[in-house]
Design a protein around this ligand. Structure first.
Ligand SMILES: [Zn+2]
Length: 45
């Protein structure tokens, strides 16, 4: 699962292994779930 910090906007991976939803960069507690970087190419017909 990939999370994104609501303050600094950095992507935090493997956050569940640490047991706390907290940004390791700025210490902010608001972490949002973020989808993995998957770019879907949509071809316009
Ligand atoms: Zn942060």
């Amino acid at each position: 699962m990939v999370y994104r910090c609501g303050k600094c906007g950095k992507v935090v991976e493997n956050l569940q292994e640490r047991g706390t939803l907290r940004c390791p960069f700025c210490g902010h507690k608001m972490i949002f779930k973020d989808r993995p970087k998957v770019v879907k190419k949509v071809k316009a017909r």
